[in-house]
Design a protein around this ligand. Structure first.
Ligand SMILES: Nc1ncnc2c1ncn2[C@@H]1O[C@H](COP(=O)(O)OP(=O)(O)O)[C@@H](O)[C@H]1O
Ligand SMILES: [Mg+2]
Length: 236
């Protein structure tokens, strides 16, 4: 479980008051959930996701990851946490163009210091995202949706506990976006991974177990599926 307690994030602005991008955000991300951060452009989604993923630290407040306040970690400890427990997926697919699909996933597994059989794991992950037959292709030979599936395989390969995805469907058409959401739901259900994603697309909200809505850096609404609303007296 990941929990934030009263997170603020101020960015310095030359010659003026600092800009407050996050205002007193307290949220809970249960294990095995697909949690969405929703809001318009500039509402603070990426800032919050980067803090949750230990890429950035808040100006105030706490981030509790598995019982530990990660805002207190050194850069080195934070790096280790990311490498071992976290996977990232970004809006623009960032595959390495001169490597095959297989090599892209294998390369990232190498960087993460994976101890098991890398070849087996790469093949397993590419099969899981339905690209078992495309392993020797170059990224540019695949569609946008297929490339994003490679990015998903790459993000899950080292068996992270949590995946953070920043607008992973922003550059995909509606049908492809929905198939990526379906894949995320399957990963949560079958692999027990927790996925946190941002989106400004209101058409995808139904896929989420929990949807936190941000506006101007503040949390303005929460929607939870029944299974995640138990014992909290709040459900939609
Ligand atoms: N490094 C930064 N320095 C200054 N302002 C920033 C920085 N990062 C984000 N912001 C500002 O914080 C606000 C929220 O940004 P962001 O989290 O990227 O929003 P979103 O992802 O919802 O579009 C925006 O107004 C943005 O300009
Ligand atoms: Mg953003």
């Amino acid at each position: 479980m990941i929990e934030t307690k009263n997170i603020d994030r101020f960015f310095p602005v030359a010659g003026r008051e600092p800009f407050q991008a996050l205002k007193d955000i307290s949220i809970v991300i249960p294990d095995r959930s697909l949690t969405m951060l929703r809001g318009k452009s500039g509402s603070g989604k990426t800032t919050l996701l980067n803090i949750l993923g230990a890429l950035d630290a808040p100006s105030g407040g706490q981030v509790i990851f598995d019982g530990q306040d990660i805002t207190k970690l050194s850069d080195k400890q934070r790096e280790k946490l990311r490498r071992e427990k976290i996977g990232f997926i970004f809006q623009s697919v960032s595959l390495i163009p001169m490597m095959t699909v297989y090599e892209n996933v294998e390369f990232s597994l190498r960087l993460s210091d994976y101890k098991g059989d890398r070849k087996k794991r790469v093949e397993e992950c590419l099969h899981l995202v339905g690209l078992g037959k495309r392993m020797q292709h170059m990224p540019q030979e695949l569609s946008g949706g297929e490339q994003q599936r490679v990015a998903i395989a790459r993000a899950i390969a080292h068996r992270p506990q949590v995946i953070f995805a920043d607008e992973p469907t922003a550059e995909l058409d509606t049908a492809t976006s929905l198939s990526v959401m379906k894949m995320f739901q399957d990963l949560v259900q079958a692999q027990g991974i927790t996925i946190v994603m941002t989106t400004h697309d209101t058409g995808l909200m139904d896929a989420g177990d929990i949807v936190y809505q941000l506006e101007d850096g503040a949390l303005i609404d929460v929607e939870k599926r029944k299974a995640f609303a138990e014992n909290e007296g709040k459900e939609e």
